[in-house]
Write a protein that binds this ligand. Structure first.
Ligand SMILES: N[C@@H](CCC(=O)N[C@@H](CS)C(=O)NCC(=O)O)C(=O)O
Length: 227
């Protein structure tokens, strides 16, 4: 019997990647069971393991957890990444939802046609610069005045982990976005966060972090879910 969480998904980012980030940042080791074919996915379905016939699914603590945000909340709570009280948790949720909305735009991109991808690139830049990054820059600026390194309280939380994941994902599309647009606090945050031992390890080659979706992955997703 395996005590580590077991993550059931494809061998790619998708909705599972933020769960991988959160576990890894919390210093929690996990196993992964990938499926590559429609038949593999159907096996899980036929076993009745997927409450809504969807993944991600995470086996932990005797449960088969589904629904990404429910899984993330459970893990954040369990590993003390969810603030010290209800108010901190409300802010963590708001910050997380903001970066999650931006991340959805990024996750959609590999599945688009080339002209659609170009439009999406523009949309991501516009939303990043006008809506999302200024919020986090300002929060971090105020936190820095109080000598606090994180978005909420003075402790690493889900909000920080997901912000770093999102910054790195946006940079894959717009590499100079932080530097060219005067986000000094986000730049400092990125450097600090990337140096935390658990995160540093996750960022190193050979970790369970997944690469940006390539054509092979896109085809696998289509084969498994859309054929
Ligand atoms: N609300 C769910 C959505 C999950 C979802 O759409 N999963 C996709 C794969 S990323 C899936 O299982 N699709 C198959 C289907 O919906 O039949 C969540 O956030 O976990």
């Amino acid at each position: 019997m395996c005590d580590k969480p077991i993550l059931h998904y494809l061998n790619g980012r998708g909705r599972m990647e933020s769960i991988r980030w959160l576990l890894a940042s919390s210093g929690v080791e996990f196993e992964e069971q990938f499926f590559e074919t429609k038949e593999d996915f159907e096996k899980l379905l036929n076993n009745g393991d997927l409450m809504f016939q969807q993944v991600p699914m995470v086996e932990m603590d005797g449960m088969k957890l589904v629904q990404t945000k429910a899984i993330i909340s459970y893990i954040a709570e369990k590993y003390d990444m969810y603030g010290k009280d209800q108010k901190e948790r409300a802010y963590i949720d708001m910050f997380f939802e903001g970066t999650y909305d931006l991340m959805v735009l990024l996750l959609q991109m590999p599945f688009m046609t080339e002209p659609e991808k170009e439009d999406q690139r523009v949309l991501i830049k516009q939303k990043t610069l006008k809506r999302y990054f200024p919020v986090y820059e300002e929060v971090l600026r105020k936190q820095a005045l109080k000598k606090q390194d994180y978005l909420v309280g003075n402790k690493l939380s889900l909000a920080d982990v997901h912000l770093l994941e999102t910054i790195l994902a946006v940079e894959e599309v717009h590499p100079d976005i932080l530097h060219d647009n005067n986000f000094p606090n986000l730049q400092a945050f990125k450097a600090r966060m990337s140096a935390l031992p658990t995160i540093k390890k996750f960022l190193e080659p050979g970790s369970k972090r997944k690469p940006v979706a390539d054509e092979k992955y896109v085809n696998t997703v289509k084969k498994v879910f859309l054929s």
